[in-house]
Every structure is written in C-alpha cells, then in structure tokens.
Design a protein around this ligand. Structure first.
Ligand SMILES: Nc1ncnc2c1ncn2[C@@H]1O[C@H](COP(=O)(O)OP(=O)(O)OP(=O)(O)O)[C@@H](O)[C@H]1O
Ligand SMILES: [Mg+2]
Length: 320
C-alpha cells in the first residue's frame, strides 16, 4: 500500500482559521486584509461550506472594530415581523407575544460588525427598512415611533447571484449596490484541488486524539479526495475525514474508510426512485438523508455536508 505522510504535505497558509495553499485563496486573504480596515460593505459569495462565515469573522477581527461586538443573523430562517424584530428590535406590545422591549441585532452590533447571512433571502417588504439603515444608520424598532441611530459595519453573504435576484424582481437593485460595494468570491473546493490536500491534513490534525492517531494517508484515498466534486465543499470534506476517523483504526487513513461516493460507488438506493430533474434528485437525496437520520435535521444536514440553515432553506424551497 502506497501512503503519503506528513512530510509530503504542502506548505499552507493559515489565515484566521482559514487554511489554503491555492493562489485564489491566498489572493482572497490579501484582499480581505486590504479591505478589512475600511468600513465599506462587503458581500461574500460562495457555495455552501466554502467558508463564508469564517471570512466574515476574519473581516471583523482585522477591522478597527475588533474590540466591538460581532453579531450574525441568518436572514433565511425568519420571515415577516419576526425578522424585522430580529434586525431592528421591537417595543413591548408591538405584536402578539412581544411582552417586553427587545433589542435587535443592529443595536447589539453598534460600533461593531453585523453579518447578514443568506442576505438574498430577505423578503422584499423588509428591504426598504434595511436600505434605510444602511444609508443613514437609522431604523425604527417594530412598533416604535422614534428612530434609533447606530454605527454598524455590514458584511453579507449569499450563495446566490444577487444580480439574478434583482433581474427576477426578488431583490432591490439599490439595496444590492449598498451591500456589495466590494464583492468577494470564494471559489468552490473542486476548483482548488491543492487546498483539498492541505485541508485533509488540517482535519487529520484536528481529529487526531486519544481514540486514533493518523500519521499517513493511503495515496489512492488522497487521489479520491482530490478528484471528488465536493458539492458540500469544505464542510463536507471535514465530515468525510471525521467519519473516516470514527469508522477506521490505525495510523493510516485508508480508501475503504471513505464514504461510498468517494470510493466511486453509487450511494445506496434505499428505495429512492429514479430522478427526472435536478430538483427531484435533490428532493430525493434530502428525503433519504432525513429518513436515515430518523428525522433529525442536524444529523441529516451533516450527512449531506450542508449547514442546518442550508438544509432548512432547501426544505422550504422544495416545499418539504
Ligand atoms: N479554508 C478553510 N480552512 C479551514 N476550515 C474551513 C475552510 N473553509 C471552511 N472551513 C470549515 O468548513 C465549515 C463550513 O464553513 P462555513 O460555515 O464558514 O461555510 P459557509 O460558506 O458559511 O456555509 P453555508 O453557506 O452552508 O452557511 C466550517 O467548519 C469551517 O470551519
Ligand atoms: Mg454560513
């Protein structure tokens, strides 16, 4: 069996928890360093699991606001007044269940950074209020009459092409220009194979512990890892390595410890029907994962290599 050991690992750059060797990612790290100090709004775009949240945190850590608060809100998980309240807060009695005044994330992030995750999902009716606070720093809590003023730096993220959302009438153009003064793009993992190798070692280091210590990896396993398409990107890679640690034993991580997809086998069918469209296929895959996980969404999301919120959004999109 031919193996690769730690000495074969590439020289990596580690940047605020992000590990990379590829020129694309290193270029992105430089760009982050350049823009972090300014207060301009940034839009991070990248597929699920590419590290958008880590980039947002790095942006805060490198900014002049690093001593201030960092807050994150996922715009896909709430709708209507609940999202408005999460963003802007509410006063007691503003709606049923509003039993006390509550601060929103814009107040809580004052003098710091606010990360608007899945920003493309913000409902159209909330967008004018968001635009106003981005333009003037002012907003009115739900049910209040007086405006509040804050100083917040906005970092947003989406997996969607915002321009297309604008073209389809789902997102306001003026808001788009406000939030993506500087767009940042994180390429999918399949387009930076050097990083796959570096990240594999990174996660081996991470999971090395009392239960198992891995010092080498079978060459064919590394080959399989670097040629796989990684729809769940870095998160999926992390899960695969974690799974291999749990599944196998000994100091060499081997091919047969990888998931069936990685070994080039069809995933077990489990009565999943032949799919006709991509959407059907996605629906079938998600349903199968949910069934396997006994309905536990966290587990299903981990098995699919996506975050809980991505799974949640997909369930909604697919009408599940
Ligand atoms: N370059 C990297 N180096 C090390 N770990 C990474 C890197 N990129 C992502 N990760 C890890 O992968 C996982 C997913 O990253 P993150 O949550 O930032 O992705 P995301 O783009 O926000 O995904 P989603 O769109 O699903 O929310 C996390 O565990 C993160 O620590
Ligand atoms: Mg995220």
């Amino acid at each position: 069996m031919k193996v690769l050991t730690h000495t074969d690992r590439p020289a990596v750059e580690s940047f605020h928890g992000l590990v990379a060797v590829s020129p694309e990612m290193r270029e992105l790290f430089r760009l982050i360093q350049r823009v972090a100090k300014s207060d301009i709004s940034l839009l991070i775009r990248g597929e699920t699991g590419t590290g958008k949240e880590l980039v947002a945190r790095a942006m805060h850590a490198l900014s002049g606001r690093s001593n201030g608060p960092y807050r994150a809100v996922n715009c896909a998980t709430l709708t209507g007044e609940l999202l408005a309240s999460e963003l802007f807060g509410h006063v007691r009695g503003a709606f049923t269940g509003a039993v006390a005044d509550r601060k929103g994330v814009f107040s809580l992030a004052n003098k710091g950074t606010l990360f608007l995750d899945e920003v493309a999902e913000i409902p159209l009716e909330i967008q004018p209020r968001l635009l106003r606070v981005l333009q003037s720093g002012e907003f009115i809590p739900v049910g209040a009459t007086k405006a509040e003023h804050v100083d917040v730096r906005i970092v947003s993220a989406t997996h969607r092409a915002l321009r297309r959302e604008v073209a389809n009438g789902r997102f306001r153009a003026d808001l788009m220009y406000r939030i993506r003064v500087r767009p940042l793009y994180i390429p999918p993992l399949r387009d930076r194979t050097g990083d796959i190798e570096a990240l594999t070692w990174h996660f081996i280091d991470l999971f090395n512990g009392e239960n198992r210590r891995v010092g080498a990896i079978e060459e064919s396993a590394m080959q399989a890892l670097t040629t796989y398409r990684w729809p769940g990107n870095v998160r999926e890679l992390r899960n695969v390595i974690e799974g291999a640690f749990a599944f196998g034993e000994g100091s060499v991580l081997t091919m047969d410890e990888l998931t069936p997809e990685l070994r080039g086998e069809e995933p077990p069918e489990d009565g999943v029907p032949l799919y006709e469209t991509l959407e059907d296929r996605e629906r079938a895959t998600i349903l199968a994962a949910l069934t396997t996980a006994g309905g536990r969404r966290g587990e299903a999301a981990a098995a699919l290599g996506m975050s809980r919120t991505t799974l949640w959004r997909k369930l909604r999109e697919l009408g599940l």
